[in-house]
Write a protein that binds this ligand. Structure first.
Ligand code: PBG
Length: 329
């Protein structure tokens, strides 16, 4: 039926009918809050991420309390390693008394119902800032790195992590981690695979936050993270990770890659997550600070667009704000 029998604007006329026909919504259940934990006492601002701080474990517990009160389902934990704890071989990544491991234990003891997702990758621990171990020519070794990642993931699971999230993009790491978890009797540890992680320039503020930017220098991660020009390759990555035992898959970054989210959701129907990364957050914050964009409206629109693209959940630095905004709405 054509105009005038069909008038698309009829349903848009009033709030009640707009609400009734809304196809996608954002709820607090969709949010994961990434947090940075550091060794020093107290909090330290991250200049390129206004509103985000590096937190001591004590300060982290106070943030976890807010997240729990707001009913945000989970935190994603990112440790900031002191320069003297970094090395070529990244042993600090699986130290039983490491910062990540202590933070996991503290969180699970105080807030057992709050999900704890840990980052499995070596970049916070390597003196060169790459996510893996290097050969003499500076190439990131795959299989040796996977062995290290397995140790790291096991130490997180043993400390009580609910979800380990390998963000390194090595081949075969999901299968190796899943096998090691099963062998260790860690049957319930979920794996959230950063399956389609692109070699993106939008990670800059994150690298400032964890202090890997200086170590990395002018180097890039293009030999393991994906080429932004590719889309079919993302489906192959997701397929492999699901076959190897991933419970959830992720696309990262978010807004520039929503076509990938849609393809992944359509092709696999698996729990699919998207990471609204540090650079996406920084852009919105900077525009809002200049009075050029409405922060709340634009952040909520971006998060909703991720749901519409097919994501089941979003890792976002806006998680606590979004949870508050949803309450007020
Ligand atoms: C490192 C890691 C990165 C992010 C999450 N885990 C950065 C990178 O790959 O260099 C980026 C998150 C963000 O930008 O918010 N394994």
């Amino acid at each position: 039926m054509a105009y005038p029998d069909t008038r698309m604007r009829r349903m848009r006329r009033d709030d009640f009918s707009r609400r009734l026909m809304r196809e996608h919504t954002l709820t607090v259940d969709d949010l994961v809050y990434p947090v940075f934990v550091h060794e020093p006492a107290g909090r330290a601002e991250v200049p390129s991420m206004p509103g985000i701080e590096r937190l001591s474990i004590d300060a982290l517990l106070r943030v976890a309390e807010q997240a729990s009160e707001l009913r945000v389902p989970a935190l994603a934990l990112f440790p900031v390693t002191a320069p003297e704890a970094k090395s070529l071989t990244a042993e600090a990544a699986w130290a039983d008394d490491g910062l990540a491991q202590r933070a996991i234990r503290a969180l699970k003891q105080r807030f057992p119902q709050l999900g704890v997702i840990t980052d499995v990758a070596l970049d916070p621990y390597t003196s060169h800032g790459q996510d893996g171990l290097l050969d003499d020519g500076g190439y990131v070794l795959n299989d040796a790195t996977v062995e290290a990642l397995v140790k790291q993931a096991l130490s997180h699971a043993e400390a009580g992590a609910d979800v380990v999230a390998p963000s390194d993009m090595m081949d075969g790491r999901i299968g190796a981690i899943r096998a090691a978890l099963e062998d260790a009797g860690q049957l319930h540890t979920r794996i959230m695979a950063y399956s389609a992680k692109y070699a993106s320039a939008y990670y800059g503020p994150f690298r400032d936050a964890v202090g890997s930017a200086g170590a990395l220098g002018k180097a890039d991660k293009k030999t393991y993270q994906m080429d932004p020009g590719n889309s079919d390759e993302a489906l192959r990555e997701v397929g492999l990770d699901l076959d190897e035992g991933a419970d959830m898959v992720m696309v990262k970054p978010g807004l520039p890659y929503l076509d990938i989210v849609r393809r992944v959701k359509d092709a696999f129907g698996a729990p699919t997550f998207v990471y609204q990364v540090s650079g996406e957050y920084a852009m919105l914050k900077a525009a809002a600070a200049n009075g050029w964009l409405d922060e709340r409206a634009c952040a909520m629109e971006a998060l909703l667009s991720m749901k519409r693209a097919g994501a089941d959940g979003v890792l976002t630095y806006f998680a606590l704000d979004a949870a508050r905004w949803l309450r007020e709405a």
